[in-house]
Write a new protein. Sequence first.
Length: 332
Amino acid sequence: MSRNYRRGRKKSTTPYIIGILILVAAAALSIRGVLGHAKDPSAAAVNHQTPSAESSPSNAVPPAISSPDPVSAGGIEYVAVEKPQEEIYKGNLILVNKDHAYKFSDAVKLVNLYDGKASSYKVSDTDIKIGSETLKALNKLFDAFYAQTGVGNTYIISAYRSYDRQQALYQREVAEKGESEAAYWVAKPGTSEHHTGLAVDLGLFDSSGAYHEYDGSGKYSWINQSCYKYGFVVRYREDKKNITYIAYEPWHFRYLGIPHATQLSKLKLSLEEYIELLRSYSYDKPLKITTDDGSVYNTYFCKGQTVYVPKNGDYELSGNNVDGFIVTLKVS
Ligand SMILES: [Zn+2]
């Protein structure tokens, strides 16, 4: 059409035709220019998106601030939330040891153990304090132990300890055993799990009132073997002394909550190893935990302060006392 038109005009006057040709050429060039510009960025955008979509799974996690929209994984929608740094040092799964001291805060609600305890066990001191969630779980554990064995004379001899209390215990140990040996038996102040309100020590007293160390043997072995069902673990295992740098303590129980106590016990790990293991799980690739009652939980780690949490439904969040958060949600 345009060719016929130009040819038609060619027959009239040459200067006109030359002028028109120049105009047509200029128009064509400018159109090509516009198209060229329009095309370049889109091509660049396509090229830009393709490799990033094909890159490693770790790159698939969108940064929280630039992507506030929910992301979906395993049929669950997650949203990214920003948590304050100090939250990393709070929660049921905090790792407290010689390398990761407890950051004292008022996060744990402390209650009086004697006032709140069930009748299925005893306390050595009416002033002992304990975390409220730990106490509830402890009551369930000892009610079950009593129902199973009829034994009701187990004592809680220690739970929450202030920094000053731990300092006094540690100095006594140093005086008895010397500096190099002491920390193996009593944690240095600041590095004891007893600061958290999540740990308890058991002890025994005979009818004459004489104290006996609790070793978890005989009828008491039920406690050490079944405590995970109530959210507790034997924190300092015989076979993990080279990792915990703490002597075997069959009397020291740490509350973690039922799913994590179950998984840690099943894997026979120290808490140090377990917290490390959780690092390899993310919201789109969670660890599945099945508890003895058939409940199924998903759990995963989020490094730093950006935490992916389910958009709907309940979940539990705990810092690891090192560098991030562990999310736990019941899926069935
Ligand atoms: Zn202890």
